[in-house]
Design a protein around this ligand. Structure first.
Ligand SMILES: *Cc1c(COP(=O)(O)O)cnc(C)c1O
Ligand code: SF4
Length: 344
């Protein structure tokens, strides 16, 4: 472990007076108005304007750079379909719940979840750069369950006191929406705990706001003396661009093992072609497919559900077309289980 504190003299208070970074400006300019999104894509709202277009509890949010990866004039675009609120969200579907993976029962004090042996997951923030309509945490009560930076100290003490934990997973929300000052301080504190040997970051930002991985981030990230794993979340090959490839390359050069998790989503990636293409694109970026998740049964997302039978057929087909290392593990989260549950 390194002893030097990479964030010395960079308290969050001091940072907040600084000019925002470019990525922070881009984040603040994300599109929140569905009409603007449709206009940017040459789509006529009257052709498919849902009645209740922008639900208050989980408003539309999508960075402009991600919109630039969408096809114009195409309602079925696989990226657009991930972010556009639809009427179908208002349907109450039997079996679809507010907290489908039982996160509230796994909280270990504010901001921390421990479901699996050796790994603790920290909900660093409720904020995301993009709002994915299928998200299983869309109803999660972040206000009462994510720790704010002032409370991180208590979390770090908890990790320090629990030698059975060897890996810390930063999740959210999206941990990379936090400022460098905050994130670097937290990561350094975790790195300094002797029994923690792996720091894992789950983030969608390399795809939806690659500018986040800037020189300032790489400066402190590369200095962390711990095994680093970055799990990105791409559902479709079209989410990649040259900027994304560049930052993935940088993350890898700075010591991160790169993995991808996806959610199997109806009308977005539930075809052999799109799954094969995704794996090949990941390979081209030296990212290994990790999990392909069955949709968590969260209220408002039933229209994205793929049946288990169809999922298994897809897996069989992609296994026939890809080398084993490019085949993701199809899993489902079953509450109460001690790991994600493989579907075979
Ligand atoms: C998914 C998850 C993990 C990580 O599980 P892996 O199988 O190691 O990727 C850890 N903690 C919680 C609460 C999770 O939901
Ligand atoms: S980025 Fe992740 S946590 Fe945030 S809305 Fe999308 S799926 Fe949910």
């Amino acid at each position: 472990m390194i002893t030097g504190n990479v964030t010395k003299n960079q308290s969050p208070e001091k940072k907040s007076f600084k000019k925002p970074s470019r990525w922070q400006t881009l984040l603040s300019e994300a599109v929140r108005d569905p009409l603007e999104l449709l206009q940017l894509l040459n789509l006529q709202p009257e052709n498919a304007m849902p009645a209740d277009f922008n639900p208050e509890h989980f408003p539309l949010r999508v960075p402009r750079g991600f919109i630039a990866k969408m096809q114009k004039n195409n309602w079925q675009d696989p990226l657009l379909r991930q972010v556009l609120p639809l009427d179908a969200e208002q349907r109450i579907s039997p079996g679809f719940q507010l907290d489908p993976v039982n996160d509230l029962h796994a909280t270990q004090g504010k901001g921390m979840l421990q479901k699996y042996h050796g790994r603790a997951l920290i909900i660093t923030t409720g904020a995301c750069a993009i709002h994915c309509r299928y998200c299983f945490r869309q109803h999660f009560p972040y206000h009462s369950n994510s720790a704010n930076p002032a409370e991180w100290q208590a979390l770090v003490s908890k990790l320090d006191a629990n030698p059975s934990i060897s890996e810390v997973i930063l999740s959210g929300g999206d941990p990379l929406t936090l400022s460098d000052a905050r994130l670097a301080a937290l990561c350094q504190q975790i790195t300094d705990i002797p029994h923690i040997h792996t720091l894992r970051i789950h983030s969608r930002l390399p795809l939806v706001l690659p500018e986040r991985i800037d020189a300032s981030f790489l400066h402190w990230f590369s200095a962390l003396d711990i095994h680093k794993v970055v799990v990105i979340h791409a559902n479709h090959a079209q989410e990649f661009c040259s900027k994304t490839s560049q930052v993935l390359n940088k993350l890898r050069q700075n010591g991160a093992l790169l993995l991808n998790q996806s959610v199997l989503l109806k009308g977005i990636n539930d075809s052999v072609t799109s799954l094969v293409e995704l794996s090949q694109t990941l390979h081209a970026n030296q990212v290994l497919p990790y999990y392909l998740h069955m949709l968590d049964q969260v209220q408002g997302a039933a229209h994205y559900a793929v049946t288990e039978q169809h999922a298994l057929q897809l897996m069989q087909e992609i296994r026939n077309q890809l080398p084993g290392y490019l085949v993701p593990r199809l899993v489902r989260e079953v509450s109460g289980k001690r790991s994600k549950s493989p579907i075979i």
